[in-house]
Design a protein around this ligand. Structure first.
Ligand SMILES: [Zn+2]
Length: 223
């Protein structure tokens, strides 16, 4: 089994895997479904989609350790044989992502948003036949995997959707937050003991806020 995680480049924090010639994938959500939501980032004017094409989607699934190299290779071959099926799978992935973003941002306090997301989750779960497994990874950790039968593309989102289902079942939504930086759309699960995580990550948004506070202090003291 090849290692599924895209190696981080030296200049980046370890949680960012840079896919070749593409946007870096960011894994700061602490939950698979939130990392999936974060594949759509807010750019200067509009949203930037790290899942620009089906190949980027497969790379993300590899970087997230949902697919190992062997299965990703199989999916790529299938995508070459059935380009329209692959395109449809990507459209579907983005549709699920939009629903999961709504769940992350508003599901904690809006029942109808939860219901809509639940319908999406059950739509994906319901159409995928296959085998669920738990696999021991090379690094000693364990991961759920799903081996689809029939439509290979239908099962790709299964682990993502199961992760969102877990959030509902475990009652985790009240700990899901959007980054406090107004121009950042990233969402994450707040695992801190006192529920005070505010930033998607300290190296970017957290640092910018700290620098802004510092500038503010310097200005006030020099008045
Ligand atoms: Zn942020």
């Amino acid at each position: 089994m090849t290692t599924p995680v895209v190696p981080a480049s030296v200049s980046l924090p370890p949680f960012i895997g840079r896919a070749p010639a593409a946007l870096p994938f960011v894994f700061i959500g602490d939950r698979l479904w939130l990392d999936f939501v974060n594949t759509e980032e807010s750019g200067k004017a509009s949203r930037v989609d790290a899942l620009g094409d089906f190949e980027a989607f497969v790379r993300w699934l590899q970087a997230a350790a949902v697919l190992d190299g062997e299965r990703a290779g199989g999916i790529r071959r299938r995508a070459q044989q059935q380009p329209s099926g692959a395109a449809a799978a990507l459209v579907d992935a983005r549709r699920v992502r939009a629903s999961l973003r709504a769940l992350a941002e508003r599901g904690g306090h809006l029942g109808h948003v939860r219901s809509a997301a639940l319908a999406e989750i059950n739509r994906v779960l319901g159409r995928s036949a296959g085998t669920r497994r738990v696999e021991a990874r090379d690094d000693g950790s364990y991961a759920r995997s799903f081996v689809p039968v029939g439509d290979a593309f239908a099962g790709l989102l299964m682990p993502v959707v199961e992760s969102a289902a877990d959030a509902l079942i475990l009652g985790e939504l009240h700990r899901v937050r959007r980054c406090a930086a107004s121009r950042c759309a990233r969402v994450f699960f707040d695992e801190t003991k006192n529920a005070r995580r505010r930033w998607c990550d300290m190296a970017t948004c957290g640092n910018r806020a700290k620098a802004a506070r510092h500038r503010q202090r310097v200005l006030t003291t020099s008045d």
